[in-house]
Design a protein around this ligand. Structure first.
Ligand SMILES: Cc1cc2nc3c(=O)[nH]c(=O)nc-3n(C[C@H](O)[C@H](O)[C@H](O)COP(=O)(O)O)c2cc1C
Length: 204
């Protein structure tokens, strides 16, 4: 039985991204009825911020940590451990300002933890997480997969790089783009992405 973690980074009611995630998870459940799906809605969860207190605690060895620091770090490691223990991860996040909603960036700071999920070596960065499939479901108003705005996509390459940094190289995407740029075709664009989720759910 595999554990699937679905990380949702969108506060918007009626969001396309969330509809695609629902479609994906429903299809996934029908193909993999024994698997367990855990949802983490980043806009309904308090995500710890990496502040000065955390940075100071990270300079200490375990024995030097105060009780307050231990508790602060355990709040972060709850998310790190949940991410590490998942067998498969699905991110559902739209494009905001050429990147992702800030809650996702804050979450990534909780799972990309030096010494826990990656380490620095003389040869560069080494991922410490056992490889697993990662899927990004991503909706954006414009078109970035080709054409003049291609270099402006700071979302997909970023998440792919973060995953690779952690040791996760099986990175897949469902990208639904141009939904606002071509309003007359938005229905067709969305339907095509939904059909893709159903197909991918079988082999993910
Ligand atoms: C705060 C904000 C910033 C956005 N920035 C971009 C952007 O930089 N590029 C883009 O193509 N679309 C942008 N959009 C449009 C969204 O990507 C688009 O509305 C998409 O459908 C959002 O997904 P959702 O339906 O899941 O909320 C932005 C939307 C919002 C609310």
């Amino acid at each position: 039985m595999a554990k699937v973690l679905a990380v949702i980074a969108n506060p918007r009611e009626g969001s396309y991204t969330k509809k695609l995630l629902r479609g994906f998870l429903e299809a996934y459940k029908s193909y993999h009825p024994g698997d367990e799906i855990e949802e983490l809605d980043l806009y309904r969860t308090k995500i710890p911020v990496i502040d000065n207190g955390v940075l100071m605690a990270w300079t200490k060895v375990e024995e030097q940590l105060t009780a307050a620091e231990k508790s602060m770090l355990s709040e972060i490691y709850r998310f790190t451990d949940q991410f590490v223990s998942a067998d498969k991860v699905v991110f559902a996040a739209p494009m905001w300002n050429l990147h992702f909603p800030p809650a996702l960036i804050a979450y990534i700071a909780n799972i990309a933890v030096a010494g826990k999920t990656f380490c620095y070596t003389r040869d560069g960065v080494h991922g410490l997480v056992a490889d697993k499939p990662v899927l990004l479901i991503h909706v954006r108003g414009g078109v970035y997969s080709h054409g003049p705005a291609q270099a402006l996509d700071h979302a997909v390459p970023y998440l792919r790089s973060v995953c690779s940094l952690l040791g996760l190289n099986n990175f897949q995407t469902i990208i639904c783009e141009g939904i606002e740029m071509y309003p007359e075709r938005s229905g067709e664009i969305f339907t095509r992405a939904m059909a893709e989720t159903a197909k991918l759910a079988e082999r993910f």
